[in-house]
Design a protein around this ligand. Structure first.
Ligand code: 3HC
Length: 699
C-alpha cells in the first residue's frame, strides 16, 4: 500500500492555527489533500485553545486549483467537501494568499471568512479554459461577493486578477506588504472575536436581469462552438434564482456534464501538451541557460519589426538594423503605427507605448549590434542572402551570443555553415504577426548545442511565447505539417469547391477565420516565393495553378484589397470577387476538369487527413519530439480551435485505423500524394493512438 503524503500541516501560533498547504510545485488540491484539509479544520474547531485559523500555501503559491489530472477519473466522494467544513466552522478562517489562488484554490479562499493577499498575488477562476466551470461553489459565492457582472466577467474569461484589482472588486479584504504569514496571524487575532464569522454564502444575491443576456451576447463570437462558457453563465444564474444549496446542486450537475465532455477532454489535453513541450529528452533540465538582457534584429521588414516589438513588449532593449536607412525608417514607422493602433484600441496606454518604442534603437551597421546577447536574422527567405548575413554576424557578435534565424523553411545547418560557431546557431521561427502570435518554433540544427536550445526555449518564454522545439527539415514541423492542408484546399478548388465554401467549413469546425481569408492577410506574395523555391528544388512538387494565377493577377491579399477575396478599404471582411470566380473557371477548363460538389465533411477530412499523414512522417523521421508538440504548434501558430485539442488529438477522436483506410482509398482514387505514411499504417495496425506515437529511438 502506498502511504498518503501529508499535504496539510497545522502549525500552532498561540491561539491561532496556521494551516499550511504543502503539495509542490503549485499546491494543487488532490482528493487526499481535501480529506486532510477537512480533518485539519475540524481538529482546530474542536481545540478550545484555538480561536482562529490562517490558511496559507507553502512554496510559491496559495493553491493553483484542483489537481487537473484527477478529472475524468472515478473519484470517491469525500466525507465532507472542504468548503462545507469552512462553512461549518464556528471560528474565523483567514486565507493568506501569495502566488496563485486559482479555480478550486480561490473557491477555498471564498469559503474562508476573510481573504488577504500580497500585491504580486493573482486570483481567478480559470476553469472555463479547461472546458469546465468552477465546481467548488465559485459560481455561487463569487457573485454574492463581488456582484453578478464582475463575477461573470471573471468566470467566463478565466482571467487572472492582480491583487490590487481584487481589492477594488471586493474579492479580498486587505493588501499586505511584508510578511504574509505574520499579517495573516495578526488579521486572525483582530477578527477572532467577531462571531459567528461572516460567510460569503449568507450574502444576498442581487442582479439586474439584463446582465445575463449582455454577457451571452458579448462572448458569442469567442465562445462559438463551445459549451463551457454558457454552462458558467447558467451556473451563475442559479445563484440568483434559487437558494444557495440548490444553486450548488445545479453547479455540480453542470460541472459533471462538462467534466465528461469532449470539449473539456481536449482542453485538459492542451493544458498538459503545452507543458510537455518544455521537456526535451536530450536537453537535460539542468542545462545551463544563457541570460538575455539585450537583443538585436537584422531586417526591419514586417517580421523583423514584429520580433523587435516582442522584445520591447517584455522590457528587453533591442536594436534593429536594415541594409538601407530608408528600409530602417519604414520599418520603425510600421512599429510606431502598430503601437499607435494599440493605443487607439485602448489596449495600451500612450505612456507604455512610448516606453516600448524607446526600447527599440535603430542601428546602421553590424558593428553597433555586436554586443547583444541574442541576434535574430529576419531578412528575406533567400539562402545566399541569409548566409551573407550570418557571415557578418559571425564577425561581429560577441562570444557566447545566440545567433538565430527566423527562417520559416530554410536549412538551419546550411545557414550555420556561414559561421565558425554552429553550436550557437538555431532557428527561432516566429509566426506572423510576430508580436501577436504566441508560437515560437525553436529549430535545432545538427550542431546546435543543448545550451543554445535550452536558452532559446527560455528566451521564448521570457517574451511571452510558447516555445516548441523540433529538428531541421524543409518547413520544419509547423509549416511542413501544414503544407498538405494548403495544397489540398487548392486541389479541392480545382475540382469544384469554392473558396467561401471551404472557409465556411473551417469556421464551422471552429477556426476564427477561414484559411483562405487568413492567406490573404499573410500575403500571397510570400507563399508564391516559397512555392517557386520549392519547385526549383523539387520539380515534382504539386503545382497550385489557381493560387499562382491569383498572385500573378496582382492579387496580394488584404494589403492591396484583393486576394482570394475582394476587400473594401480599411476593412478585412472578405467579399466574393467575380474575377476570382473567373480565374477558377479558366483554370478548371484548361485542366479539363468538370467541377463536382463536396460535402462539408469531405472537405474537412481531405484537408486535415492530408496534414495528419504528413505529421506521421515528421514524427517517424524524429523531427518532432512527439505528436502533442504538433498540436501545440497548430494551436498557437495556426489558430486550430483549442477546444478540439489540436490536429493529432482531433485525429485520435477518429482513430488511426479509420484515417489509414480513408487515406489508402484516396491513394487509389487521387494518386500517390495520398500514399499512407508508414507510421500511420503502423498505428492503424497496432491500435496505438497518435498521441502515444514516439519518434524512433536514436541509435
Ligand atoms: N493540477 C495539476 N497540475 C498542475 C496544476 C493543476 N491545477 N497547475 C499546475 N500544475 C502543474 C503543471 O502541469 C506543471 O507540471 P510539470 O512541471 O510536471 O509540467 C507544474 O504544475 C508547474 O506548472 P506551470 O509550468 O504551468 O507553472 P507556471 O508557474 O508557469 O504557472 C499556473 C503556474 C499559473 C498556476 C499554471 O500552472 C496554471 O494555470 N495552472 C492551472 C490553474 C487552473 O486551471 N486551475 C483550475 C483547475 S480546475 C479546478 O480547480 C476545478 C474546481 O473548480 C473544482
Amino acid at each position: 500500500m502506498t502511504e498518503t503524503r501529508q499535504q496539510i500541516r497545522i502549525e500552532r501560533e498561540g491561539d491561532v492555527a496556521v494551516l499550511v498547504i504543502d503539495n509542490p510545485p503549485v499546491n494543487a488540491m488532490t482528493p487526499d489533500g481535501i480529506v486532510q484539509l477537512v480533518d485539519a479544520i475540524e481538529a482546530c474547531d474542536a481545540d478550545p485553545a484555538i480561536r482562529a485559523m490562517v490558511m496559507i500555501g507553502d512554496g510559491r503559491s496559495f493553491i493553483a486549483g484542483f489537481d487537473i489530472r484527477e478529472f475524468g477519473k472515478n473519484r470517491p466522494a469525500p466525507r465532507k467537501r472542504s468548503y462545507e467544513a469552512l462553512d461549518d466552522s464556528p471560528k474565523p478562517v483567514v486565507a493568506a494568499i501569495h502566488g496563485y489562488a486559482l479555480g478550486g484554490g480561490l473557491e477555498v479562499a471564498l469559503a474562508c471568512h476573510y481573504r488577504i493577499a500580497v500585491p504580486s498575488a493573482k486570483l481567478g477562476l480559470p476553469e472555463v479554459a479547461l472546458g469546465l466551470l468552477p465546481g467548488g461553489g465559485g459560481t455561487q459565492r463569487l457573485p454574492r461577493l463581488i456582484g453578478a457582472k464582475a463575477a461573470l466577467d471573471l468566470i467566463t474569461s478565466g482571467r487572472h486578477v492582480p491583487a490590487a484589482e481584487a481589492l477594488k472588486l471586493g474579492l479580498i479584504d486587505e493588501l499586505v506588504e511584508g510578511d504574509l504569514r505574520q499579517a495573516g496571524i495578526a488579521f486572525a487575532r483582530k477578527v477572532a472575536g467577531i462571531l459567528p464569522p461572516p460567510r460569503v454564502r449568507d450574502r444576498e444575491a442581487k442582479a439586474e436581469a439584463s446582465v445575463f443576456d449582455d454577457i451571452r451576447k458579448s462572448i458569442a463570437r469567442k465562445a462559438k462552438g463551445q459549451r463551457a462558457p454558457y454552462a458558467c453563465i447558467e451556473a451563475v444564474e442559479a445563484a440568483f434564482d434559487r437558494p444557495f444549496e440548490q444553486g450548488e446542486i445545479r453547479e455540480i450537475e453542470l460541472f459533471r456534464e462538462m467534466e465528461g465532455s469532449d470539449e473539456s477532454k481536449a482542453l485538459r489535453y492542451a493544458f498538459f501538451a503545452e507543458r510537455e513541450a518544455n521537456k526535451l529528452p536530450d536537453v537535460p533540465k539542468d542545462t545551463p541557460v544563457r541570460p538575455v538582457a539585450s537583443a538585436a534584429v537584422v531586417g526591419a521588414g514586417t517580421m523583423g519589426g514584429g520580433i523587435a516589438m516582442c522584445f520591447a513588449d517584455f522590457g528587453v532593449p533591442v536594436k534593429i538594423m536594415d541594409a538601407t536607412p530608408e528600409a530602417l525608417d519604414k520599418g520603425l514607422e510600421r512599429v510606431r503605427a502598430n503601437y499607435a493602433a494599440s493605443v487607439k484600441r485602448g489596449s495600451l496606454s500612450e505612456a507604455e507605448a512610448q516606453a516600448r518604442i524607446a526600447r527599440i534603437t535603430p542601428a546602421q551597421s553590424y558593428e553597433e549590434i555586436g554586443d547583444a546577447d541574442v541576434v535574430i536574422e529576419a531578412v528575406f527567405e533567400n539562402m545566399a542572402l541569409k548566409k551573407t548575413v550570418f557571415a557578418d554576424l559571425d564577425r561581429v557578435m560577441k562570444p557566447g551570443a545566440l545567433i538565430l534565424t527566423n527562417s520559416s523553411a530554410l536549412s538551419i545547418d546550411e545557414i550555420a555553415t556561414a559561421t565558425k560557431r554552429p553550436q550557437d546557431v538555431s532557428g527561432a521561427h516566429f509566426f506572423s504577426p510576430a508580436n501577436a502570435m504566441k508560437l515560437l518554433e525553436v529549430v535545432r540544427g545538427a550542431k546546435s548545442s543543448p545550451e543554445t536550445i535550452a536558452s532559446v526555449m527560455q528566451l521564448g518564454r521570457k517574451i511571452g511565447k510558447i516555445s516548441v522545439a523540433c529538428g531541421n527539415c524543409d518547413g520544419f514541423v509547423a509549416n511542413r505539417s501544414r503544407v498538405p492542408f494548403g495544397t489540398e484546399i487548392n486541389i479541392l478548388i480545382e475540382d469544384g469547391a469554392m473558396p467561401e465554401e471551404i472557409d465556411r467549413v473551417m469556421t464551422d469546425f471552429g477556426y476564427a477565420t477561414g484559411p483562405l481569408a487568413v492567406a490573404d492577410v499573410v500575403g500571397q506574395d510570400l507563399s508564391y516565393s516559397v512555392r517557386r523555391r520549392r519547385e526549383a528544388e523539387n520539380p515534382n512538387a504539386r503545382k497550385v495553378p489557381i493560387l499562382d494565377r491569383i498572385y500573378e493577377a496582382g492579387r496580394l491579399g488584404t494589403k492591396n484589397g484583393k486576394g482570394w477575396y475582394r476587400y473594401e478599404k480599411g476593412d478585412r471582411t472578405p467579399h466574393t470577387d467575380p474575377e476570382v470566380t473567373q480565374i477558377i473557371a479558366e483554370v478548371r477548363a484548361s485542366l479539363g476538369i468538370t467541377p463536382r460538389s463536396f460535402t462539408p465533411d469531405e472537405i474537412l477530412r481531405r484537408v486535415l487527413f492530408a496534414s495528419v499523414n504528413e505529421a506521421c512522417r515528421i514524427i517517424d523521421e524524429g523531427i518532432a519530439y512527439r505528436a502533442s508538440d504538433i498540436d501545440v504548434m497548430w494551436l498557437y501558430g495556426f489558430g486550430f480551435p483549442r477546444w478540439r485539442g489540436g490536429l493529432m488529438f482531433w485525429a485520435d477522436g477518429i482513430g488511426a485505423k479509420a484515417i489509414f483506410d480513408q487515406v489508402s482509398r484516396w491513394e487509389e482514387e487521387l494518386g500517390p500524394r495520398w500514399a499512407p505514411a508508414p507510421l500511420l499504417k503502423a498505428l492503424a495496425e497496432s491500435g496505438t493512438p497518435f498521441r502515444e506515437a514516439k519518434p524512433p529511438a536514436k541509435s
